[in-house]
Design a protein. Structure first.
Length: 183
C-alpha cells in the first residue's frame, strides 16, 4: 500500500473503493467528453472510475483492513459487463449511468459494502447502488443532453482502493492498491 510520504499512521485520508476502467473505455470516454461536454469541468481521464463505496475521511490505520476486505470481495467477484444506459445530471455532476445486465457489478458492490459495514468503516446509502461514471462537474446545472458514447461493453478487470487528495484545481485520485476481479 502506498500513500504519499506526507501521510502517517496518525492521519486521516479521504478514501473510496472503485472499479477501474479498461484503457479502451477511457479512450472512448475521453473522446466523447471532448466532443459533447462543452460546459462545466470534465473529469480528467485519470479520475474516471465506477465508485463501489465512498468512505470519506478515515484513519490511515484502517487502510490495511479496508484493502483486505476489498481484496476478498474482488476475489469472489465474477466477470462483469456494463453497458452505457443514459446520461444523468444531479445538482453538481453529470454522469454516465450504466446498466448491469448480469448483476455481477451490483453483487460486488453489495458484498464489499456489507464487508465494510461489518468492519465499521462504512454506512450504506439508503438508495440502491447505481453503476455510473462521473464525467463532468459544475456549479450550475448545464442541462446537457449528449448522445450516449459508443463504448460497447465495459468490462472492468480490477478494483482499487483510492486516496482522494483535494487540491485547488480539483481532486487527485491516487490508487493505494488494486486487486484483480475473480482472484
Amino acid at each position: 500500500m502506498t500513500l504519499p510520504a506526507s501521510v502517517d499512521d496518525r492521519d486521516r485520508a479521504r478514501l473510496f473503493c472503485a472499479l477501474r476502467l479498461p484503457e479502451e473505455t477511457l479512450d472512448g470516454l475521453s473522446d466523447w467528453q471532448a466532443d459533447h461536454i462543452d460546459r462545466g469541468r470534465p473529469v480528467p481521464r485519470e479520475n474516471l472510475h465506477i465508485t463501489l463505496a465512498f468512505l470519506g475521511h478515515r484513519p490511515v490505520a484502517e487502510l490495511e483492513s479496508i484493502c483486505r476486505e476489498l481484496r476478498e470481495a474482488a476475489r469472489a467477484a465474477a466477470p462483469m459487463r456494463l453497458l452505457p444506459e443514459r446520461y444523468r445530471e444531479t445538482r453538481s455532476v453529470g454522469m454516465l449511468a450504466l446498466s448491469d445486465p448480469t448483476g455481477e457489478a451490483t453483487g460486488l458492490a453489495v458484498d464489499l459494502q456489507g464487508r465494510l459495514e461489518r468492519l465499521g468503516v462504512y454506512e450504506r446509502e439508503r438508495r440502491p447502488w447505481l453503476p455510473h461514471v462521473t464525467v463532468v462537474r459544475f456549479r450550475e446545472r448545464p442541462r446537457l443532453q449528449p448522445p450516449l458514447p459508443a463504448l460497447g461493453e465495459v468490462c472492468p478487470s480490477d478494483a482499487a482502493a483510492y486516496h482522494s487528495v483535494l487540491r485547488s484545481g480539483g481532486a487527485q485520485y491516487v490508487v493505494v492498491e488494486s486487486f484483480a476481479l475473480g482472484g
